[in-house]
Design a protein around this ligand. Structure first.
Ligand SMILES: Cc1ncc(COP(=O)(O)O)c(C=O)c1O
Length: 456
């Protein structure tokens, strides 16, 4: 076992058998370190560094890494030696978790379909919406991120992700986020089965909905017979304060997709919450009771982890704690970063925050900024991420569909001291990037090494 472990921790084995380009990128950004022990918001590396997680694996670790209660639940499920997966069986734990989810969600959401990831949840809502409405069209919002399977990818407009993977689903149309007129024009054709939207577009740059946007969108969907579906894969599970961001914005979706934080980062699981009517349209007879499923749907370990995660988040009141700490974080960031010309806006809800940057106006740094942006549009953000990691031991990430926004999504348990460390660190890095060429030298280094390894 020891021998096997020492072999699997070697990055070169990964590069040989899994993905050499990923290893190259991690090396390039000087982030290719081995983690030994992760608890709460802290990650200990093999060489003794303490790293603070301000990303939470894109909103997976809402309760922090390796929460002891969730680990215990998974261990005891394994010790039971019960039916981990049994096709001819009604698993009581699925009923219990579904009941908890529906109870927390409220509104029209009375039935649950379990799956194993966010993308699979999106694939499911596309099918369910079509079965229920007998229409084929799907409307999505520009800038969205819904996952990288073919159906989910069809609902995204960023060419980077779609590239060579087409053709995609027909009858899909895109509207600008926050544009109700465009939405109504599409809906008025009465061919759309669903409007699928993230309540806050995380990867588009932590884009918040305008006052009334989601409520009006729901009303318009109802008027034209289209289902109003929320992708809460990042925003749900108390990330934005309440259980669902929908509850903050006062909307009642017909379906909601959850995944990521649903099982505390330990076992893959996702869930589609829907109305009884939709569920009946899909699974409405004995003949159709398994018309949509997948092998790991309702597996005992995932469900047990989900039950424990829901318990922890609720019992420790992490939504409320995250909301308070998130407001503190934005308040402190606003105080610390005013005056930096590259900082355009700090925005967010609950424990999801974005810092939007803009091109500098001063000649000296403007030239460096534009030069490196021309090499790769994400260069500015990557330098920032690199410096935060290398000099301050912080993991953060720029948004997948907007390289000018740093997404800050630490676990909901983040402390005042950890927030202070983050704020001081980002202020220091930004000061360096505004005042000197030191940080831009990193960009030169990245560009040189990347060009040498033909990455751009
Ligand atoms: C909003 C949103 N929806 C769907 C997905 C896809 O989830 P998964 O990666 O679990 O397939 C993601 C993944 O990051 C996401 O952020």
């Amino acid at each position: 076992m020891e021998q096997l472990f020492s072999k699997i921790t070697k990055a070169d084995t990964y590069a040989t058998y899994v993905n050499p380009q990923w290893v190259k990128l991690m090396d390039l950004l000087e982030m290719n370190v081995q983690y030994e022990h992760c608890t709460g918001a802290e990650l200990l590396t093999k060489d003794g560094r303490r790293i603070l997680d301000f990303l939470s694996c894109n909103c997976v670790m809402n309760m922090g890494h390796n929460h002891p209660a969730i680990i215990q639940a998974v261990k005891s499920e394994l010790d039971l030696r019960g039916p981990t997966m049994l096709p001819n069986h009604v698993p009581p734990m699925a009923g219990l978790v579904a009941e908890k989810l529906c109870h927390q969600a409220g509104g029209k959401l009375h039935r649950v379909y379990f799956c194993s990831s966010g993308s699979e949840g999106i694939e499911s809502v596309i099918k369910f919406a079509r079965a229920h409405t007998k229409r084929s069209g799907i409307i999505h919002a520009q800038g969205s991120f819904h996952g990288l399977t073919c159906g989910a990818l069809s609902l995204m407009d960023n060419h980077f992700w779609k590239g060579s993977f087409g053709p995609f689903l027909p009858d899909v149309s895109t509207v600008s986020f926050n544009d109700l007129e465009a939405l109504e024009t599409k809906l008025a054709a009465r061919t759309a089965a669903a409007f699928i939207v993230e309540p806050i577009q995380a990867e588009a740059g932590v884009r918040l909905p305008q006052e009334n946007y989601l409520r009006e969108a729901q009303r318009l969907c109802e008027r034209y017979g289209t289902l109003f579906v929320l992708d809460e894969v990042q925003t749900g599970m108390w990330r934005c304060g309440p259980f669902l961001a929908a509850q903050h914005y006062g909307v009642e979706p017909d379906m909601v997709v959850l995944a990521k934080a649903l099982s505390g980062g330990l076992v893959p699981i996702g869930a589609v919450l829907m109305s009884e009517k939709i569920s009946n349209s899909v699974f409405g007879s004995i003949e159709r009771c398994m018309i949509h499923t997948s092998t790991f749907s309702e597996n005992a370990l995932g469900l047990r982890a989900a039950a424990a995660s829901l318990d922890v988040l609720e019992r420790e009141r992490l939504g409320e704690k995250g909301r308070i700490q998130g407001e503190k974080l934005r308040h402190k960031l606003s105080g610390a970063l005013t005056g930096f010309e590259m900082v355009k806006e700090i925005r967010g809800l609950g424990m999801m925050t974005g810092i939007e940057f803009q091109a500098p106006r001063r000649f000296g740094i403007k030239v460096s900024f534009e030069t490196f942006k021309a090499i790769h549009p994400g260069m500015f953000g990557q330098v920032l991420v690199m410096r935060l990691f290398a000099d301050h031991g912080i993991i953060a990430q720029i948004c997948g569909n907007n390289f000018m926004v740093l997404k800050i999504t630490p676990p909901l348990i983040i402390t005042d001291e950890q927030i202070d460390h983050f704020v001081t660190s980002i202020k220091t890095v930004l000061r360096q990037m505004h005042d000197s060429d030191i940080s831009w030298a990193d960009a030169v280094g990245i560009a040189r090494r990347a060009l040498l390894s033909k990455m751009f």
